[in-house]
Design a protein around this ligand. Structure first.
Ligand code: 13P
Length: 255
């Protein structure tokens, strides 16, 4: 896997036509993408085919935003991991806080979904993160630790991404400070160590990532990429995020 992974989570935005128009403009801009970066676009399910077509033959990958945990059956409105794989989708987000909060997804369900994806060769991007209440009551680390432990059970660490998205930072414009994010990322890494090769798993940060906050976040030692919502909806801002300039921790100049 590439050393830095930048994922666009479009949520419920951009139908097939808008997806095509976006990618027609975006794909050519990615010719300047540094070689260590992987860009993944996660559109709504209805736009996956358009995204796959528009990114075919380019280094850009396509991911889904959700999956059903069962192989097949009477689950009206749902899509299986095998169907995603058959369509050419290589990644899928699972356990996003919006799914946990609005659709009642539990840690155990997130784990089942991730297992279903790996069984079909689709790489899960498992989201974890504490609420504002949990942070304010000093439970951020314990919450994330428990979410990662539950989500990762039985998974192959060589084919997995984790995304730390503090719920209070999502869509609020309130990004975690690089230091706060790094602190939780190192907790995630610590939990992963008890499951195997923790260095194999990219740990992404999500929550109000913007072109002007990305550089410092990505300079943290345990942050391996970004999961971007609002700022991925416009070509220009997402291009700036994807092509951020690495800041060397030793080369930030004099304060
Ligand atoms: O939820 C997110 C990505 O999955 C983050 O969304 P925002 O970047 O809009 O805060």
């Amino acid at each position: 896997m590439k050393s830095t992974i930048i994922v666009a989570n479009w949520k419920m935005h951009h139908g097939p036509g808008q997806t095509r128009r976006y990618l027609e403009a975006f794909v050519p801009l990615m010719k300047d993408l540094p070689v260590d970066r992987q860009v993944i676009i996660c559109p709504p399910s209805i736009s996956l085919a358009a995204a796959l077509e528009a990114t075919g033959g380019t280094p850009i990958k396509v991911g889904a935003q959700n999956v059903h945990q069962q192989e097949s059956g009477a689950y009206t409105g749902e899509i299986s991991a095998a169907m995603l794989a058959e369509a050419g989708v290589e990644y899928a987000i699972v356990g996003h806080s919006e799914r946990r909060q609005l659709f009642g997804e539990t840690d155990s369900l997130v784990n089942q979904k991730a297992l279903a994806l790996q069984n079909c060769g689709v790489l899960p991007i498992v989201c974890v993160g504490e609420t504002l209440e949990q942070r304010q009551s000093g439970e951020a680390q314990a919450t994330v630790r428990q979410q990662v432990e539950a989500a990762v059970a039985g998974l192959d660490l060589q084919r997995l991404c984790i995304a730390y998205e503090p719920v209070w930072a999502i869509g609020t414009g309130q990004t975690a400070t690089p230091e706060d994010a790094q602190e939780i990322h190192s907790v995630v890494r610590d939990v992963l160590r008890s499951f195997g090769d923790a260095t194999a798993v990219p740990v992404l940060y999500g929550g109000s990532v913007k072109p002007d906050s990305v550089d410092e976040l990505m300079a943290q030692p345990d942050i391996n990429g970004a999961l971007v919502g609002g700022a991925s909806l416009l070509v220009e801002s997402f291009q700036r995020i994807c092509c951020y300039q690495s800041i060397s921790p030793f080369g930030r100049g004099v304060e």
